[in-house]
Design a protein around this ligand. Structure first.
Ligand SMILES: [Zn+2]
Length: 366
């Protein structure tokens, strides 16, 4: 059975009132973890175009503007093409490998936990085993080549019928792979409150899988994604980690309870919708200020034109935070990750050693 990770040993240190801006080079070299990002959202445009060509799928526009969306539904259309263009084990392997390569090269990622939606590949008849074998092969090859470990989170889409989620869970618990350590839940909350998935998540828990869920996203109203959903995810779904969580700020009581439970929030600093960017940054700032445990992640890095280093820079700049908060985000990612305890401790030790060296560089710039 899963257990809650130990409490963070590094509560964010306050930066000075006007913290020195962290040089981009130093921020890029800060070791990082990404715990909340979706496989389809990592697809390089050139890779999506190559795979679409392979399967004779038309793209809506040229490569250069493929990830420039007219609106949210246009983004969903691109995601749909991505789901149709990844079919055989080698496709999944390529996508997973390139996702890690990009995270390492841009941002010094040292550990990633990639979500994938088994249900997206049901219409094209791609077996769960094919998906997982390919993804695991990609993560293992990337670990070999780049020294960045990778785990998988099989995520259910709350917008699809419950029996589809049930079939996916049959595969997830029936065809275990050691790299698939947890399950997630994504899609707009208005299409399915957490309680709807309680039985499925409890089944995952009995199978020894960790659990997370997208909750309280800021593109949903308080009626669609109320703060009480956080409690439902913890109590009914058994989540020890949550994705997003911004709407929680609307309830002081719910916020206090989440803080007492010590649940980690894997927030994302960059959103696809430009007009929501300021709101997102404010949400992250207020969650950190409220004393919640917060790690910083990318969501759909390629499709949102971001990476870990850019996400860190965007949030630090938007919140007027400096190096102390950058290192706090980095270490929170390690504390929240789902590596086994020995590997997690080892990763934390590595991060502390590397960060100490960067501390010296940062200090010498003052
Ligand atoms: Zn997400």
């Amino acid at each position: 059975m899963s257990s809650s990770p130990p409490p963070s040993q590094s509560h964010p240190v306050s930066d000075a009132a006007s913290p020195a801006q962290v040089p981009a080079g130093l921020l890029a070299r800060l070791p990082k973890v990404d715990l909340h990002f979706h496989m389809a959202g990592t697809l390089r445009p050139a890779t999506l175009a190559a795979l679409a060509r392979k399967y004779d799928l038309p793209l809506p526009r040229p490569l250069e503007t493929l990830y420039t969306y007219r609106d949210f539904y246009d983004f969903i259309d691109v995601l749909r093409i991505a789901a149709q263009a990844i079919r055989v084990s080698a496709d999944f392997e390529r996508v997973a490998y390139e996702a890690v390569e990009d995270a390492v090269r841009s941002s010094n990622a040292r550990h990633v936990e990639m979500s994938f939606n088994p249900q997206y590949f049901m219409p094209t008849g791609v077996a769960y085993r094919v998906q997982v074998e390919g993804l695991a092969a990609g993560l293992r090859a990337a670990r070999q080549d780049f020294g960045c470990s990778g785990l998988l989170i099989a995520s259910l889409d709350r917008g699809l019928p419950l029996d589809s989620a049930g079939h996916a869970m049959d595969d997830i618990v029936g065809q275990r792979c050691d790299l698939v350590v947890g399950v997630g839940l994504d899609g707009p909350e208005r299409e399915g409150p957490p309680a709807k998935f309680a039985a499925l998540f409890q089944r995952a828990g009995r199978a020894g899988l960790r659990r997370t869920a997208h909750v309280c996203e800021d593109n949903q109203t308080l009626e669609e994604a109320p703060p009480s959903n956080v409690e439902a995810c913890i109590e009914l779904l058994g989540c020890d980690r949550l994705d997003h969580g911004y709407n929680l700020l609307a309830s002081e009581d719910a916020l206090c309870r989440a803080r007492e439970r010590g649940v980690y929030f894997c927030v994302c600093g960059v959103t696809s919708v430009a007009r929501r960017q300021r709101q997102r940054i404010d949400g992250v700032r207020r969650m950190v200020d409220a004393g919640l445990k917060v790690s910083l992640n990318t969501d759909d890095p390629a499709m949102f034109h971001t990476d870990l280093a850019h996400t860190y820079a965007t949030v630090l700049e938007g919140c007027n935070w400096g190096w102390a908060q950058a290192r706090a985000f980095s270490l929170a990612g390690v504390d929240a990750c789902w590596l086994d305890e020995q590997a997690r401790q080892s990763l934390r030790h590595d991060f502390e050693r590397e960060i100490a060296l960067l501390d010296n560089e940062m200090a010498s710039m003052d």
